[in-house]
Design a protein around this ligand. Structure first.
Ligand SMILES: [Zn+2]
Length: 570
């Protein structure tokens, strides 16, 4: 009975609201006050929270389950949930309403921010469904080609690991060349489809009023192509000289490895197909040392010690290898309400120490976003800010001072310190020059897909990575990089993340650790570091855009100065 009464009451209220709304609709537009705009905004947000948020949480749950189990059924359910969410966000009526609300006056900054964030989220889904379908199909087709394609040499198939192994150890230039060339054959397989995909993506972007797809993707991520390229120009200036020095030392060792001259070095002399990683030429032999460490225990003690305990996260996580499970690692905030988990495949080595520090960096960020924020803003400010935090913690794996402060006994402390320092510096330098190629190539690819892309690619490689192009080769080597298909217009965020990491680290050294030199700054056991991270980086969530958050956290705009300072040789 009680419920029935309640039902009647609720019905009456709804009728009254309906009549009231009819009155409002009857008024002229000019009379609509700022307060009404804000009311409409609040109603829209409320509806979003009650309809879209559950779908997002559903996607996250299926995402987790599928990646842990690897089962087809779980992947099917994940895809279904994703499709449902995308359809809801694509609703043109909801978008039209949102657009009108956004143009109105909204005084409350938290309501205004939510509307701005939602606008971009819905805008990205307003692509004509037929066109969207063609884009998704084309991208899937190419990704599948990547998955099934194997490089071949003399009729024998090579796995990715075998390619890397030859590039790491072979002393014969001819063998290296053959394997490297085989690793690029996927480029010619997907070239035509990739060009078509670029055209389709551009078509979608133009329909939404953007110059091209790259510009649109950046706009949707609250970034601006001009600003991004300006920062990359500055970064280029600051890294060129130290990169040349580091590369000269590496090149000499690579030439020696193959009994050739530095002049004769070509792309296949580097240890990975794109020269995005530091070649393994220094043989400092620290792997044996890392294999003695208890990775998870070290991480638990470290994060707990700085006031960012991870017990809850670890308890919900899936940390070790299993059949069918995704072999990589990620952190996932399931519900923006405290259910944060890490998927990993921990084995005791250097790479997994770095990876676990990295993923738990993502996880403590998600967990410490203020719960007082509304759902829409209760998430990270930007991919680059969460990558930056994760990278800042991941770098500790190569920090001798950190290991010692954690009570780890280093085999030959001085030698270890020097080797780890060089490894860290070379990795950052080489990655930064590689990012220059990717970011500039993608921007120009979408700006003018009809130009000579093979030439553009090698022009950029020669300019930024300073690797000589192979003679008499005119093939689509750019198309061998899967990121262009699967994570378009995203690569700059990895580099911005590195810069954010350096800028944060310098701020902590200055403001929390009493002005110690950043190279000597050790966080271990210092609760002030955790407090700084919570107050200045995590808590604001998406209530600030990444530019504002960077200023809030570090006192200045994001730039390459601190990153470059970290690359100096003492
Ligand atoms: Zn990450």
């Amino acid at each position: 009975m009680l419920n029935w009464h309640r039902g009647i009451q609720l019905f009456c209220v709804l009728v009254l609201v309906g009549l009231w709304m009819m009155n409002i609709d009857g008024l002229s537009a000019a009379a609509t006050s700022a307060e009404d705009d804000e009311q409409r905004a609040r109603r829209f947000i409320q509806r979003h929270e009650s309809t879209i948020a559950p779908l997002e949480i559903e996607v996250n749950r299926h995402w987790w389950t599928a990646n842990v189990s690897g089962k087809d059924d779980d992947y099917r359910r994940k895809l279904e949930a994703e499709t449902k969410l995308n359809m809801a966000l694509a609703d043109p009526e909801a978008f039209a309403e949102l657009k009108a609300i956004r143009a109105g006056q909204i005084a409350d900054p938290i309501v205004r921010r939510q509307i701005d964030v939602l606008y971009l989220q819905y805008l990205g889904k307003q692509v004509d469904p037929e066109l969207l379908k063609r884009i998704v199909e084309k991208a899937n087709l190419i990704e599948q080609a990547f998955n099934v394609h194997r490089p071949r040499i003399n009729g024998k198939e090579l796995t990715d690991n075998e390619v890397r192994r030859v590039l790491r150890i072979s002393k014969h230039s001819a063998e290296r060349k053959a394997v490297w060339e085989a690793s690029k054959t996927i480029g010619s397989v997907v070239e035509k489809d990739l060009k078509e995909l670029v055209r389709l993506r551009n078509q979608a972007a133009r329909k939404l009023g953007f110059g091209d797809y790259h510009k649109m993707q950046l706009y949707l991520a609250e970034q601006d192509q001009e600003q991004v390229l300006r920062v990359f120009d500055e970064l280029d200036e600051l890294t060129r000289k130290p990169f040349r020095q580091a590369k000269a030392e590496i090149d000499a060792l690579l030439a020696k490895q193959c009994n050739t001259s530095v002049e004769e070095l070509r792309p296949w002399h580097y240890h990975d197909p794109f020269f995005q990683e530091s070649p393994d030429v220094f043989h400092e032999g620290s792997e044996a040392f890392y294999s003695t460490l208890d990775v998870v225990k070290l991480c638990r003690e470290f994060f707990g010690g700085i006031g960012l305990p991870v017990e809850g996260i670890l308890a919900r996580s899936d940390l070790y290898e299993k059949k069918g499970k995704n072999p990589h690692a990620f952190s996932l905030d399931i519900d923006r309400a405290g259910d944060v988990r890490v998927l990993a495949n921990v084995v005791p080595n250097r790479q997994w120490l770095d990876t676990m520090l990295h993923e738990l960096g993502h996880a403590v960020y998600s967990e410490n976003i203020s719960r007082k924020l509304p759902y829409v803003l209760r998430t990270e400010a930007h991919p680059l800010t969460t990558e930056g935090v994760a990278m800042m913690f991941g770098r500790l794996a190569d920090d001798a001072g950190w290991l010692e402060a954690m009570g780890v006994k280093l085999p030959d402390a001085e030698r270890f310190r020097a080797a780890a320092e060089k490894r860290r510096r070379n990795a950052l330098l080489i990655f930064s020059r590689w990012c220059q190629v990717m970011v500039r190539f993608e921007a120009q690819l979408y700006a003018n897909p009809d130009q000579d892309l093979n030439k553009l690619w090698w022009d950029l490689v020669e300019k930024y990575q300073e690797v000589k192009r192979p003679e008499d080769r005119n093939l689509p080597d750019y198309a061998a990089k899967i990121h262009i298909v699967s994570a378009p217009a995203y690569y700059h965020n990895y580099m911005f993340g590195e810069m954010f990491a350096s800028q944060l680290h310098h701020t902590i050294a200055r403001e929390v650790l009493g002005g110690v030199h950043p190279r000597k700054a050790v966080y271990v056991g210092n609760k002030g570091v955790g407090r700084f991270m919570i107050e200045r980086v995590f808590a604001p969530g998406l209530s600030m855009d990444w530019n504002a958050l960077t200023r809030h956290a570090t006192g200045k705009d994001l730039g390459p100065a601190d990153f470059a300072a970290d690359l100096q040789v003492d």
